[in-house]
Design a protein around this ligand. Structure first.
Ligand SMILES: [Cu+2]
Length: 157
């Protein structure tokens, strides 16, 4: 019949609405069957901690200046590309919710770190696991190279 609405479209719509509005509310049995897996994509990322959550400061959070994630897929599953030739997610400082069981004990602002970033676009949309500290001397792509015009010691007499 020409007017029949495809079942898949309805189920996808329902799933999308649920993702957007009701978070952890149990889905109906119908939409469970059609629901996409929530395992998400995981990226291995390096960066430097710029801020740690502080109980006395309500807007504080774990923030990390992360290196570019060239294969990062947006919510539509697309790897974006930019005019400068870069792709995915460019380096930036952003807030990172911790995944289950993760602890910030022993971490400090300025630490170079590596972690797995799992992106589910759920609630939270992404989170960090396997956070480890890198060697203190680790040089990251985000570390600003010394300026060319830095004053140079003159040794002449
Ligand atoms: Cu980012």
């Amino acid at each position: 019949m020409a007017t029949k609405i495809p079942i898949h479209a309805v189920a996808l719509l329902a799933a999308a609405c649920c993702l957007a509005s009701c978070g952890k509310e149990p889905a109906s049995p119908d939409s469970v069957a059609e629901a996409e897996p929530t395992t998400g994509d995981t990226y291995h990322v390096r960066g430097r901690i710029t801020e740690l959550p502080d109980e006395s400061s309500p807007f504080s959070a774990l923030r990390i200046h992360h290196e570019p994630i060239p294969d990062f897929k947006d919510r539509e599953g697309t790897v974006r590309s930019y005019d400068d030739g870069s792709t995915g997610m460019r380096a930036m400082i952003m807030e990172f919710p911790l995944g289950p069981g993760e602890s910030l004990d022993g971490f400090g602002v300025g630490d170079a770190v590596a972690f797995d970033l799992t992106v589910t676009w759920g609630s939270p949309p992404y989170f960090v696991t396997n956070l480890v500290k890198l060697d203190a001397g680790t040089r990251l792509l985000i570390d600003v190279p010394p300026a060319d015009d830095e004053p140079v010691e003159q040794t002449g007499d």
